[in-house]
Write a protein that binds this ligand. Structure first.
Ligand code: C2E
Ligand code: CA
Ligand code: CA
Length: 378
């Protein structure tokens, strides 16, 4: 059926352009159209509109009707570009069109050129950092609300740039995901943070609760069938109990319904790792996910925690999330706790764990070491 669909799409594109234009399939579901001797810039846009229109009509495949959406990226050359450059620019515009919600067309311009250049810079910086192990993991304490004790930390990645300053993840995670470098990055963070946590647990005073470690995982990493094996091997090598490792993912990793992701989560759960939904409340917050996937904890997003005790809606959302989670036997971690007032609201609502600037920003391993055995209250 997929082949039939592609063949029909190809012939519709062909019918939508002029006889001298070139239509090619680049691979997968991507096509390229080359339009020669255009008179006006708007001709390209018109051609894109015609193609889009041709593809909105439902398509019959194997007796069923398929409805598809089209994203189009346009690049115009005045004759002085290399073919590769033109294709690359069209591809950049295409990605932008997909980000803009699909079913749209975007023309490559100076703005996109700047973005593309920035992406390339970031990607190069990232590659260098991964090669030279310039990746730094910071640890943010996670506290048990009832006891006020440190229960573990969340590993948050930073890059050491050439001038020695630290680059925050907001500046490079998206590029890492798109370029596929996220797998290497994620692996390095995993290895560093679980070895570090195992080492802390060895020097931690006996009788203390061992520290847990939470790592963030991108949707893309979970579609690698080998990911659970990688975790198992590293945990084993580091000598960390599997239940001390938490994997934090966002709902966006689940919406595709990818069977590999589903299997990976199940394997990790069976192995004993804890799986948590990050930024809970900001996405689709489909309750079906909580039932379908082996989720052990939720992290309430900072945006709701910040209004606690002041904004009625935020307070209601936090209260409802805690009620729901506890009803399903899930643990709740509140992130972005910045004030004693927020903490007391969370304690009153029986929130299990907290993290935020009130206790500590994410810090390097040496600084975190000094927190061991520390109590934040009482
Ligand atoms: P996140 O997982 O939601 O992490 C929490 C972010 O909130 C961190 O930002 C943390 O520094 C910040 N934060 C913590 N407490 C407070 C607070 O009280 N107030 C405020 N204003 N902020 C607080 P950071 O370190 O910049 O990380 C941003 C995001 O980058 C993370 O969001 C996570 O999605 C991603 N990320 C970080 N490390 C990794 C990684 O190793 N792999 C992947 N895939 N993503 C990562
Ligand atoms: Ca997180
Ligand atoms: Ca979060």
């Amino acid at each position: 059926a997929g082949d039939e669909l592609l063949a029909e799409v190809a012939s519709r594109i062909e019918a939508a352009v002029r006889p001298g234009d070139v239509v090619a399939r680049l691979g997968g579901d991507e096509f390229a159209v080359i339009i020669g001797d255009m008179l006006r810039l708007s001709d390209a846009q018109h051609a894109a509109d015609r193609i889009d229109e041709a593809l909105t009509r439902p398509i019959e495949v194997s007796g069923d009707t398929a409805v598809i959406t089209t994203s189009i990226g346009i690049a115009v050359s005045e004759g002085d570009d290399e073919p590769e450059e033109l294709l690359r620019d069209a591809d950049t515009a295409l990605h932008r069109a997909k980000e803009a919600g699909r079913d749209t067309s975007i023309m490559f311009d100076d703005n996109l050129r700047d973005r593309a250049v920035r992406r390339l810079d970031v990607e190069n910086m990232l590659r260098r950092a991964l090669d030279t192990e310039a990746l730094v993991v910071h640890y943010q304490p996670v506290l048990d609300v009832a006891s006020g004790e440190l229960s573990g930390s969340e590993a948050l990645v930073r890059l050491r740039s050439e001038d020695g300053s630290l680059v925050m993840p907001g500046a490079f995670i998206d590029v890492a995901e798109e370029s596929g470098l996220i797998a290497t990055l994620g692996h390095q963070v995993l290895v560093q943070s679980i070895r570090q946590t195992a080492a802390w647990n060895r020097e931690h005073a006996p009788g203390q609760q061992p520290l847990s470690i939470a790592v963030n995982v991108s949707a893309r990493q979970l579609t690698d069938p080998n990911y659970p094996n990688e975790i198992r091997r590293e945990i084993f090598d580091a000598g960390l109990a599997p239940n001390l490792l938490s994997i934090e993912l966002t709902e966006s990793a689940l919406i595709d319904g990818n069977p590999i992701t589903e299997r990976a989560l199940q394997e990790l759960h069976d192995f004993g790792c804890r799986i948590g939904l990050d930024d809970f409340g900001t996405g689709f917050s489909s309750l079906a996910y909580l039932k379908r996937f082996p989720i052990s904890f939720l992290k309430i997003d900072r945006s709701f925690v910040s209004g606690l005790g002041e904004d009625e809606d935020d307070s209601a959302i936090v209260r409802a999330t805690l009620g729901l989670a506890h009803g399903l036997n899930l643990t709740v971690v509140a992130e972005g706790v910045e004030t004693p007032h927020q903490l007391s609201c969370l304690a009153e609502l029986n929130c299990d764990r907290v993290q935020g600037y009130l206790f500590s920003k994410p810090v390097d391993a040496d600084t975190f070491r000094k927190y061991l055995g520390l109590r934040w209250k009482g």
